[in-house]
Design a protein around this ligand. Structure first.
Ligand SMILES: [Zn+2]
Ligand SMILES: [Zn+2]
Length: 239
């Protein structure tokens, strides 16, 4: 698979076509995205909840959910809404072996990191269970986090947190089930990795924040200072 992807990259150099629509790109474009897609991609530009990054239409600082309940992360942000081209492209990235997409995706995330004035000491990622890792060959969140750390010149923390149990797909569960599905599934195995640090957790999709919250809780237990989260896409919550 590694060799095959290498060959694909040779045949289709990543800078020549748009990752979203396959149009040829003529200018030197670091996001590998054509002008038209740059304009029309579903970037999150609206006012969002200070904490979880859900769009809010009122003047409130926090969304209803964050006003009522505590989250372990201090602030979560995403680059895009999880829809249209972003959904398609993320599916290719996760399930169709289009591993190379981590590079342009991480560039979008680096831009967001700067816009949001995140100030982190280390970057880590939401782990997947080892049997899933063997099946897929890579953890998409890990690839994004590693590339993001490289772009931002920040230390990348790997293998410090592991997923100890296989869980059901969060998307198939309701809110309560999601919380219990994730109970005690993450474990920090490197006790000093996060001590007194501001930590950024990277993942591909933010759905209800239950996964990130569960990870953040463990990282805080390992004496982290603040825990932030950055994801490529954010599911649209129907009100
Ligand atoms: Zn395009
Ligand atoms: Zn919120």
């Amino acid at each position: 698979m590694e060799i095959f992807n290498g060959l694909l990259n040779l045949l289709y150099p990543e800078n020549l076509t748009c990752i979203f629509c396959d149009e040829e790109i003529f200018d030197n474009n670091t996001f590998c995205t054509c002008e038209n897609c740059q304009k029309n991609l579903p970037f999150i530009k609206e006012k969002v909840c200070e904490r979880c990054g859900d769009v809010i239409k009122s003047m409130a600082t926090f969304c209803d959910h964050c006003q009522k309940s505590k989250t372990y992360y201090d602030k979560a942000r995403s680059v895009f809404y999880y829809k249209d081209e972003i959904r398609n492209c993320l599916k290719k990235f996760k399930f169709d072996g289009c591993k190379y997409l981590y590079k342009p995706f991480a560039k979008f995330m680096a831009k967001k990191y700067k816009e949001e004035s995140f100030d982190c000491d280390v970057i880590t990622y939401v782990p997947i269970h080892e049997t899933r890792l063997k099946m897929r060959g890579y953890n998409q969140a890990e690839l994004l986090a590693k590339e993001l750390a490289k772009i931002l010149n920040l230390p990348f923390v790997e293998n410090a947190i592991i997923k100890t149990k296989k869980t059901l797909a969060q998307a198939d569960l309701n809110y309560k089930q999601r919380q219990s599905n994730l109970l005690n599934v993450f474990k920090v195995v490197d006790k000093n990795a996060f001590k007194n640090k501001n930590v950024l957790i990277v993942d591909d999709i933010f759905t209800t924040g239950a996964t990130i919250g569960s990870c953040a809780g463990e990282i805080k237990k390992a004496n982290a200072n603040k825990v932030f989260a950055l994801t490529l896409a954010h599911t649209i919550i129907e009100e």
